[in-house]
Design a protein around this ligand. Structure first.
Ligand code: FES
Length: 63
């Protein structure tokens, strides 16, 4: 699924980037070589960045 149609950024690409690039969506896009165009994706992109980073800092659960 595409998060950003203008830049053809897929959800999986953004989630992967969230773990290696700091900053808000505009900064992450810039690091990916993209820039915000229409801005329609920003709220969803910010939510995905937050969610992915929250998951990254949660401790692993022992089985
Ligand atoms: S959909 Fe992301 S900038 Fe337009």
């Amino acid at each position: 699924m595409y998060v950003c149609i203008c830049n053809a950024i897929k959800e999986s690409e953004l989630r992967h980037a969230a773990r290696r690039i700091s900053g808000d969506a505009e900064e992450v896009y810039a690091a990916m070589g993209c820039q915000v165009n229409c801005g329609q994706c920003l709220m969803d992109a910010e939510a995905m960045l937050f969610e992915e980073r929250e998951l990254a800092i949660q401790p692993a659960v022992a089985a």
